[in-house]
Write a new protein. Structure first.
Length: 439
């Protein structure tokens, strides 16, 4: 029994001793293993960090370049919408990308013309949008301090047939007297130089100097004058300075988006051109209208023309229209016509005229635009010595007009309009070429 207990005690002592030795051996071996483990390569880590920083810098430059392009595209869009008269669209929201905090100095932070994500400053240009011109008065006013010089060339052609009967009828089928059949072909070319200056953004003054060339071919055949009378061709022409015009226009309102613009105007036409009472006449036959041997280049009367125009921009078209009244001031001629006996002319009051026009303009792209319009004018009867002149009637002219405008550069544009007459008193066709240049 004692021997058994002694053996058990010896075994326990040996187990404890062996465990202590194993623990000591393991403790001694751990530092050796740690010393044998491979150390990390610091140079390689630095290269990886530098490469990542370089990639971040490149990505930041690409983001800045995208922001710059987005700002430029936004400006182009606003310019196109300004031409069309629509409200500018809201700029796109910026994409906030935070650069690397440790490498901010390496990012190419080039400034753009307009910060992305910030609304553009309100434009000071509150004028109506520009459209292809059709009528005599332009739609858009010159900005303050801006001078515009506009050479123009206008060609018009008209023809008319007329039958004159001097006599009386016994029965409806029999005429006693003279029958005169005439065909008149008239060509007019007007070269003009117009100057405009903007006193303010809402007030503009204008002056125009025209040079006129006219040519008329009259084919007549007095049927009852001679039994075998042949057709006679009579040609007359005239050229020289026309009637100088002075005008002013004022933009009445500053509308909110979606409302129309109203522009009031006043035009004064002088009588600097040669008037109809200064040219020579030739009597064709007793009782028949006389013929002019030379043609006048002016109307012979002063006139004052107030007007009111409306421009209503929508998307994508611009609607416009206007009304005007031309007051032809009467004049005491107090002379006889040259070449015609017993043709004393006293006080003459030409008929006044009322005109309306309307149309639509459409921007085809940022450089070109197209317009279509209609113009109608009523002209009253002429009075001599306070009474209506014999043989005169009210006249009505109506024209359908098409216009095209192309912007050559920031200062110059080219405009062409074509008119087709819709009544007998209107020119059959009319071409107008304009080349405004802004200084």
């Amino acid at each position: 029994m004692k021997m058994t207990k002694k053996r058990t005690w010896v075994r326990a002592s040996l187990v404890v001793m062996l465990g202590a030795q194993a623990a000591h051996a393991q403790t001694v071996q751990q530092p050796r293993l740690a010393a044998a483990a491979p150390q990390p390569d610091l140079a390689q880590l630095r290269q990886q960090v530098a490469a990542q920083d370089l990639k971040l810098a490149q990505q930041q430059r690409q983001i800045d370049e995208s922001h710059r392009q987005l700002g430029a595209m936004q400006k182009q869009l606003e310019a196109m919408q300004s031409q069309l008269g629509t409200a500018p669209a809201k700029p796109a929201q910026a994409v906030n990308v935070a650069p690397s905090p440790t490498r901010v100095s390496q990012v190419d932070a080039r400034p753009t013309d307009q910060p992305v994500g910030q609304a553009p400053a309100p434009s000071e240009d509150t004028r109506p949008p520009e459209i292809a011109p059709l009528f005599e008065a332009p739609g858009v006013l010159s900005p303050r301090g801006r001078f515009t010089l506009e050479p123009s060339l206008q060609y018009s052609y008209s023809s008319s047939d007329r039958v004159s009967i001097v006599g009386y009828t016994i029965i409806p089928a029999l005429v006693i007297g003279l029958i005169d059949v005439r065909s008149v072909q008239r060509t007019t070319v007007v070269a003009g130089l117009t100057a405009r200056y903007g006193l303010t953004n809402r007030l503009e003054v204008e002056g125009r100097i025209p040079y006129v060339y006219r040519n008329d071919d009259t084919v007549s055949r007095p049927i009852n004058l001679e039994p075998s009378s042949a057709s006679r061709v009579f040609n007359a022409e005239g050229s020289g300075l026309g009637d100088i015009e002075l005008a002013g226009r004022y933009q009445i309102n500053l509308p909110k988006p979606g409302n129309p613009y109203f522009v009031g105007g006043l035009r004064l036409k002088t009588r600097t051109g040669e008037d109809p009472f200064e040219v020579d006449y030739l009597a064709a036959a007793p009782g028949l209208p006389t013929l002019q041997t030379s043609l006048p280049t002016g109307s012979g009367f002063y006139s004052l023309q107030p007007s009111l125009s409306m421009i209503y921009p929508t998307d994508p078209a611009v609607f416009f229209g206007g009304i005007n009244y031309q007051w032809n001031i009467k004049r005491d001629v107090n002379k006889s016509l040259k070449g015609v006996q017993s043709s004393f002319v006293g006080e003459v009051d030409p008929g006044d005229a009322i005109g309306i026009n309307f149309g639509m303009g459409l921007a085809l792209n940022e450089r070109s635009s197209f317009s279509i319009g209609y113009e109608h004018i009523w002209i009253g009867k002429t009075k001599t010595e306070g009474t209506v002149t014999e043989g005169t009637t009210n006249l009505q002219t109506a024209s359908l007009l098409l216009g095209y405008s192309y912007r050559l550069n920031k200062r110059a544009s080219l405009s062409l309009s074509i008119g087709a007459g819709l009544t007998n008193d209107s020119p059959d066709t009319q071409f107008t070429l304009r080349l405004p240049y802004t200084f």
